[in-house]
Design a protein around this ligand. Structure first.
Ligand code: SAM
Ligand code: SF4
Ligand code: F3S
Length: 457
């Protein structure tokens, strides 16, 4: 555990009452966003207030993602453009945190080619931020800490971006080494948080008015396996379900190789657990799944889907898909299209394969052109649009319980929210309803959302 109390105290002494603003931007998955909230929690202790405008910031932290090359390019573009900001305000401190920094070649590239960057902070070294910031405030040219403290910062207070939706990481890292994926290399091995800490955190969040609790992990189904006498994930869900209060429990992601009947039964039996499962399949071809090292084939995957549909044929499923994995053949791609039609996902998150150096797939032969991959992606999205606009019709005439979360960007006087089934719902309503559950009678289905009216009485 890295004790940062002394450094925090010294920064507060050094900066005194002087106003200090921080701009913290997180990229990538919700686990990274959650880390960004921890970074903000530390900065708050050092007297920083937060701004959405990097031009008025005294400190900028970019909390980065490395999952695809495009994500890294985007950050390098932003860091490049920040050179001007630093010229205008030489006292500005710029820090790079998150998954990109865990790759030594990237940390080295930042140090060498981006002199405007003062701080580099690894994914397990968030607690080192006060020490590094202090060095920067004392004029150090470059301070970095990418070591692994194995420190889950239980005590870290987060500054949460929402007052009614909270992400709660239940585990960190990943053991699965899917051949395309950089995450195990930048996030380390699986470490589960103690169940008592998670339960206590959720209890406090609910007491403080949070309505949606999103449990996070790269594979929540292996939660607890690394702990002595650890609770399983279904057991944890049941414990959380028994906490008193009006709230909904969601979780992400659930690896199909470990998705058990017990998990599915638990979803159906726990009142507060959302009736939705995000079950990333990645490909509809068993051969591709083998090359991806996913540890399941399509037969096993469809077995899970069949069991879910045997309990509720209208259950809501979503997935992740990769298009253009090395040497993916036409037939293999077609198998993915067939799977989408067969399973009838409510939504898919699809990505064109991106080569990540250091992963096994980066060494594989890849004869598919970028044009072909782009064409396949367009085809996939068009099939999904057809499937979801048809499938969403099953909600017409039904009442959905919706957590209102924003004003509609498309229609004035309307709100949007997510239903229990994780479907976007648009309805007429006043912004005072944001953060509350409302019952909405569904009258219409689009391919991205359903629409309806708030039920009176
Ligand atoms: N742990 C989760 C799982 O296995 O379901 C996935 C987490 S990963 C951060 C989110 C998604 O990014 C993956 O499900 C995969 O579809 C996609 N992804 C990961 N590596 C990728 C790569 N090299 N190229 C394209 N997509 C990738
Ligand atoms: Fe990446 Fe696979 Fe781990 Fe998910 S399970 S984070 S895709 S290695
Ligand atoms: Fe998440 Fe991107 Fe890291 S998806 S775990 S922020 S590589």
């Amino acid at each position: 555990m890295n004790d940062n109390t002394a450094a925090i105290k010294e920064i507060n002494g050094l900066l005194g009452d002087k106003e200090r603003k921080a701009y913290v931007r997180s990229f990538g998955c919700q686990l990274n966003v959650s880390d960004g909230e921890k970074i903000k929690g530390l900065l708050q202790k050092m007297g920083y207030i937060f701004t959405e405008d990097e031009h008025e910031a005294d400190l900028i932290i970019l909390n980065t993602c490395a999952v695809r090359e495009s994500a890294e390019d985007r950050v390098f573009g932003i860091v490049g453009s920040m050179k001007k900001l630093k010229e205008l305000k030489p006292s500005l401190i710029i820090g790079i945190a998150g998954c990109m920094t865990a790759q030594s070649h990237i940390a080295e590239k930042i140090r060498k080619s981006y002199p405007q960057v003062d701080i580099v902070l690894g994914t397990s070294a968030i607690n080192a931020l006060p020490k590094l910031l202090l060095e920067a405030l004392h004029g150090a040219r470059f301070s970095a800490d990418i070591s692994e403290y194995d420190d889950f910062s239980e005590a870290a207070e987060q500054v949460r971006d929402s007052r009614f939706k909270a992400s709660v990481p239940i585990m960190f890292g990943c053991n699965n080494f899917c051949t395309y994926c950089i995450v195990p290399y930048v996030r380390g091995r699986e470490r589960s948080r103690h169940a008592e800490d998670i339960i206590e955190e959720v209890r406090r969040l609910v007491q403080n008015g949070y309505k949606e609790i999103m449990l996070l992990g790269q594979n929540v189904n292996s939660y607890g396996k690394d702990l002595e006498n650890g609770m399983s994930f279904p057991q944890l869900l049941r414990e959380l379900d028994s906490i008193e209060g009006d709230f909904i429990i969601r979780f992400m992601s659930s690896h199909p190789k470990d998705a058990s009947k017990e998990l599915i039964d638990t979803i159906f039996e726990c009142e507060k657990v959302a009736k939705h499962l995000h079950l990333p399949v990645q490909s509809g071809s068993s051969d591709v799944l083998f090359r991806m090292n996913r540890h399941y084939d399509i037969e096993k995957y469809l077995g899970i889907v069949d069991y879910i549909y045997s309990r509720d044929p209208e259950f809501s499923l979503t997935t992740d898909l990769i298009v253009g994995f090395p040497d993916e053949s036409d037939e293999e791609f077609k198998a993915t299209l067939d799977l989408i039609k067969k399973v009838r996902y409510d939504n898919i998150y699809s990505f064109i394969y991106s080569k990540r150096s250091g992963t096994k797939a980066a060494e594989m032969h890849d004869g598919i052109s970028d044009e072909e991959k782009g064409q396949r992606m367009r085809e996939l999205l068009s099939v999904q649009r057809e499937v979801s606009s048809e499938h969403y019709k099953r909600f017409i005439g039904k009442t959905m319980r919706v957590l209102a979360d924003d004003v509609s960007k498309k229609k004035q006087g309307y709100l949007t929210g997510k239903s229990n089934e994780f479907i976007i719902v648009e309805f007429e309503g006043d912004s005072s309803l944001i953060g509350q559950f409302v019952d909405v009678e569904i009258t219409d289905a689009m391919n991205w959302a359903v629409a309806g009216k708030i039920k009176k009485g």
